[in-house]
Design a protein around this ligand. Sequence first.
Ligand code: FES
Ligand SMILES: [Fe+2]
Length: 415
Amino acid sequence: MFKNFWYGVEFSSDVQVGSPKKVKVLGQQLVLYRKPSDGKVVAMSDLCVHRGAALSEGTVKGDCIVCPYHGWEYSPEGEVQKIPAHPEKGIPRKARIDAYPVVEKHMMIWVFMGDLPEEERPPIPDWSAVDDTETYRAVTGTFLWKSNYERILENGVDIAHTPFVHAGSFGNPDKPEVPEFEVETSPWHCKASVKLNPPKPQGIWGKMNPDKGDLLNRPLVPVSTTWWLPNAILLEVDLPMGKLKIFDVNIPIDEETTLVKFIALRTFFKGKWADKDARRRVFKVLKQDEAVVDTVRPELLPFDLSDELHVKSDYNQVLYRRRRRELIEAGWSVEGNTIVGEGTSARVEARVIPSPIRREVPELASAWNFKEVRSRQLLESEAARRTPTSTPTTQATPDVDDDEPESMPTTEVTV
Ligand code: FES
Ligand SMILES: [Fe+2]
């Protein structure tokens, strides 16, 4: 899991003025609330610095949020403004928690989970089609998945699995070959485009589809899959009857649990009557994927490329794994599931993702009560210090299969 990215954490329409909302991401619990004064959304650590109560169970008063336990009032910047038990005393310097930058865009609330200054932050994925409501009809949905988000992300951009996992829906088991594909990349995304033989459309799409020709003679369907770091996907399909675009974020609640939030756009059957069917189709695909991804071992994505075997059709996943390794080396990974767990996984130590103010105002360094989460890089170096006779920490050159595309681009570490 990685800090220093914008995370789409909730649909904009699901955070209303007056109702704080709890969301979880990167093993952290956040409270979201909409300020009555200007309607802007606030995101802060859902962890009262006094006794650790969840602010998301509290109330909004003016633009502040009030802790449900002893009534401490927090400003949108995370500073305590009032301690009702001692109104005559000053507010301690340490009476503050991390508040994170928020942007509302493409129907979602994006929270920047990290401490980078604005100009160094990676971009929010370009989902501008979501805003083109003239061209597209949108449906949204949420799917809780007990698998690691990186396994889910790789599955979402994997072209070769569709004839097997989605046979009978959009995969064509008679044509499993993955032809040559085009690739567009940047340090933050990879888009692979290919033309596939479509299966016969099912249900109302089949009944109303103007193209009822023989399966073998149907035109090829342009399909593309895109990943954006750290966890967003787009599947685009140019069907004969129109375009289909499914955007989703795979929110890492923790290392083993993912909340998928999708926005599915279509240019055909744009009446409300077809919404339920459009949503049902996405859930059907997700359930087909879930049945396979939940069986994958190891449950977490390996760190070394050579731990699994790659072929040409895995190109965009290999690129993802290389980029991910660079981010880990840059210190952007965060230790999973150690912050404020629940039930039997609850821990005794609360650590948080640092927010930008920690860097912006170094004078406050001693005023942060909660320590920062540790990175994998840090944990590895700590482990190496503790066990000096263990295996060397140098990274072996990844062993890449001969079938890997020759032109596999290398991305620069820009972090
Ligand atoms: S725990 Fe929040 S005010 Fe005491
Ligand atoms: Fe799939």
